[in-house]
Write a protein that binds this ligand. Sequence first.
Ligand SMILES: NC(=O)c1ccc[n+]([C@@H]2O[C@H](COP(=O)([O-])OP(=O)(O)OC[C@H]3O[C@@H](n4cnc5c(N)ncnc54)[C@H](OP(=O)(O)O)[C@@H]3O)[C@@H](O)[C@H]2O)c1
Length: 265
Amino acid sequence: MMKNKNMTGQTAFVCGASKGIGAATAIELSKQGVNAVLLARSKEGLDDVISKLDKSEEQDHRTIIADFSSPKNLEKKVGDFLKDFDKDIEILINNTGGPKPGPIINANPSEFIDTFNQHVICNHILVKCLVNRMKKANYGRIINIISTSVKQPIRGLGVSNTIRGAVASWAKTLSFELGEFGITVNNVLPGFTETERLHEIFQKKSKTSGTDIESIIIEAQTQIPLKRFANPSETAKAICFLASPDADYINGVNLPVDGGRLQTL
Ligand SMILES: NC(=O)c1ccc[n+]([C@@H]2O[C@H](COP(=O)([O-])OP(=O)(O)OC[C@H]3O[C@@H](n4cnc5c(N)ncnc54)[C@H](OP(=O)(O)O)[C@@H]3O)[C@@H](O)[C@H]2O)c1
């Protein structure tokens, strides 16, 4: 396997790392010699991912059990962790569970607030916790896992479409401010990716529409020029590239990893 230059010995905070895209990202980063700090709610899930991480560069992988539905809880957990962790932290992958699907008109106002907290406020807290270490190193990578809905809202994902736009605007603004410190801020926009999240969305659609799940899958794949869903490792490789020094001059972008499904330029 070809290694990206100079990632060995770096440390990455990888959120939502107990499964799906986050877990795949931690695995890819570890193959580059990176030390991973994994965050999620499930200890068992994180322990399982830790067991799959590459340790050939004698990496030191850690976990933080935290619930992003409570920004205060997250801030405390990360603050406590950092007190005893004196390594540089070069990479932050902001990622968490996707918002509940459903038509926007049915959404309860509190769902917007909860989702804003889980996505925008938690991302912001993590950046505030880590940015001084990145500034000191004059190097940093902040990568936010959002959705293609940033470019083209997706029907039936009302709360998600709304909050994803907020995350993208927050990230772009941050990229203006942090570039001078050698810190880049970019977003990865996954398309249909084979994870639990995708399965849940299709199950819900099947229940509400009365259509069998096989037909829903075929209909979804028809929309993708590559005619298949992404494997999480494919998304993770794109994230890993943005996290590498090879992506030094890429800043403030939204990178779709969607097999060409988006209709926008
Ligand atoms: N898969 C797709 O097709 C797709 C498409 C577009 C966008 N996305 C977006 O990409 C992101 C990752 O998706 P995915 O498919 O990898 O999702 P996933 O398989 O459901 O994984 C989500 C991860 O986030 C963690 N998480 C969920 N709620 C959390 C909370 N309250 N606090 C802390 N951690 C939490 C989960 O761990 P615990 O349960 O252990 O906490 C898990 O590790 C989501 O925002 C999703 O909406 C996915």
